[in-house]
Design a protein around this ligand. Structure first.
Ligand SMILES: *[C@@H]1O[C@H](CO)[C@@H](O)[C@H](O)[C@H]1NC(C)=O
Ligand SMILES: *[C@@H]1O[C@H](CO)[C@@H](O)[C@H](O)[C@H]1NC(C)=O
Ligand SMILES: *[C@@H]1O[C@H](CO)[C@@H](O)[C@H](O)[C@H]1NC(C)=O
Ligand SMILES: *[C@@H]1O[C@H](CO)[C@@H](O)[C@H](O)[C@H]1NC(C)=O
Length: 276
């Protein structure tokens, strides 16, 4: 399904409990279906499930020459089970082939048992910062009490998360700009779970700027909502009151025993903000 909300942007956003993703078929550059670029696209994407999953969740490469050359990049949460990563990359790739028949620069942040990302374009984009188009998703509930306290804890936590994700972590590329963490229990609330990731080729300065932008947009558009995220072509921010996508399985929360009260008015708030 491809909803043409705006004539120059084809953007899909789906949100339900635990599910935030965005697929974007670019609207500035095009290729002819069945052209060499298209053949190269199928060729490189067909290798992605195995290449990304066998390299701890990151692979980038290119196929072809000149204007028919395609640069492509795939990403999973580092440490994801290879089969889970491979399946997610495959779903994202097939979705792009189906939904983006002639758009040269297209991408998909997908939530399918893990978080994964596939993007391709010509020219190369591996180290470029590009925050458009982007999507803000707000979901699941509204903070009704202790708002000020909650927000102050949330702000501090996100600040630390941005710092952790931006710094260039040594090791495999998928880990370079990745952070996932669990907060301490907050007054009247459970712990919350946040995840941030930038493309590994992005500089620390650009990753920091991208994630700061995401958190700023989230706060601006989601106000008192609980959960959601912001997705751009180079970075992602997501948070919620429960663990998701296997991202927190190996993280031990800091032990503090506290009365846990969930003050959530569960509502099916769905707010999708599309920006050009
Ligand atoms: C592309 O090629 C396939 C298989 O060769 C064919 O079925 C399809 O109609 C072609 N599409 C276009 C737009 O030429
Ligand atoms: C891209 O494909 C769509 C749908 O097949 C078509 O309407 C559009 O004209 C194509 N755009 C270009 C620039 O080829
Ligand atoms: C608000 O926070 C205080 C502690 O700072 C806590 O005692 C109270 O239960 C919280 N309110 C709600 C509705 O959780
Ligand atoms: C999203 O796009 C809008 C419009 O270009 C821009 O103003 C905003 O800063 C972008 N947000 C993020 C998080 O990059």
């Amino acid at each position: 399904m491809c909803l043409n909300f705006l004539s120059i942007l084809c953007f899909i956003v789906v949100l339900s409990f635990g599910y935030v993703y965005a697929q974007n078929c670019g609207e500035s550059m095009f290729f002819r279906p069945n052209s060499t670029y298209d053949t190269n696209r199928r060729l490189i994407l067909s290798t992605f499930p195995s290449k990304v999953s066998s390299q701890d969740g990151y692979y980038s490469g290119s196929v072809g020459e000149g204007s028919q050359r395609i640069y492509a990049l795939g990403l999973c949460i580092p440490g994801t089970d290879p089969k889970v990563c491979s399946d997610c990359i495959e779903t994202a790739s097939v979705g792009l082939l189906q939904n983006c028949p002639n758009q040269t620069d297209s991408w998909d942040w997908r939530a399918d048992k893990t978080l994964c990302f596939v993007r391709y374009s010509n020219p190369s984009f591996f180290d470029e910062i590009d925050q458009n188009p982007n999507t803000t998703v707000c979901s699941s509930g509204v903070i009704t009490e202790n708002v000020t306290e909650f927000k102050s804890i949330w702000d501090d936590f996100m600040k630390n998360m941005i710092a952790a994700a931006s710094v260039s972590t040594p090791g495999m590329p998928a880990r370079r700009h990745y952070a996932a963490d669990i907060s301490l229990p907050t007054p009247g609330f459970q712990r919350f779970y946040a995840l941030m990731q930038c493309l590994p080729g992005i500089s620390s300065v650009n990753c920091d700027a991208c994630l700061k932008g995401n958190v700023r947009d989230y706060k601006g558009y989601c106000g008192k909502n609980i959960g959601g995220g912001v997705l751009t072509p180079v970075c992602l921010f997501r948070w919620d009151l429960y663990p998701y996508l296997g991202a927190f399985d190996k993280i031990t929360p800091q032990p503090i025993s506290t009365r846990i009260i969930v003050a959530i008015v569960v509502s099916s708030v769905l707010f999708v903000h599309l920006l050009l």
